[in-house]
Design a protein around this ligand. Structure first.
Ligand SMILES: [Zn+2]
Length: 202
């Protein structure tokens, strides 16, 4: 007799640009040298504590003709090979929308199409799945997917996009209402979630 146990997975899903790495602006760049310095130690800690790591990102640079989809994908594969070789972990999946906003596709964040695709492939537990992003639309995306929104607000990072500052007062309001978690770095989030789980286990 064979028993197949479908255990629900815990997942951390990252936005790519300005969350994992500095936005290279309509570029397929996906190298460790662009990562914020807390990304690798955070990922190692989260993996050691049983979280699966995914990336969900809008990549309209493909439709704009700034770069080719296959370049982005080969950069992602090379990143994972590098991480496996040097740090003994890799990301479990990368889902992206290649479309422009005017296509009105269902895969461009904050629509939940990419999350539905992830969920069709991995049996994740939405109650213990977090989406880490840097802006208001990332909160709306997590809410649409019924997962937990987390904003990484790095004090030392000078955002190019002024809109972010206007967003931030709204983000602070949502934080006061208990609708989003805000951290200054990914490692602060990783430490919190690991401590929280330890306490929950007793
Ligand atoms: Zn799309």
């Amino acid at each position: 007799m064979i028993y197949i146990v479908m255990q629900k997975l815990k997942a951390i899903i990252f936005d790519k640009d300005d969350t994992l790495m500095q936005d290279q602006v309509y570029s397929p760049a996906f190298e460790v040298k662009y990562f914020f310095e807390d990304v690798i130690p955070s990922c190692i800690k989260l993996k050691q504590n049983g979280f699966n790591l995914f990336i969900i990102s809008n990549q309209s640079g493909i439709s704009k003709g700034n770069f080719e989809e296959k370049t982005l994908l080969s950069n992602y594969i090379n990143l994972n090979l590098y991480l496996t070789k040097n740090y003994n972990f890799n990301f479990d999946g990368f889902f992206y929308c290649p479309h422009l906003p005017e296509y009105y596709c269902n895969c461009r964040k904050p629509s939940k199409g990419l999350f539905e695709r992830l969920r069709a492939m991995f049996n994740i537990d939405q109650k213990s799945t977090f989406y880490l992003g840097d802006r208001l639309s990332d909160i709306y995306f997590a809410q649409n997917c019924s997962i937990i929104p987390v904003i990484i607000h790095r004090y030392d990072y000078l955002y190019k996009d002024k809109r972010i500052y206007e967003d931030f007062s709204k983000i602070e309001m949502l934080e006061e209402e208990g609708k989003v978690l805000v951290f200054n770095s990914i490692i602060d989030f990783a430490n919190m979630i690991v401590e929280f789980e330890k306490k929950a286990r007793g």
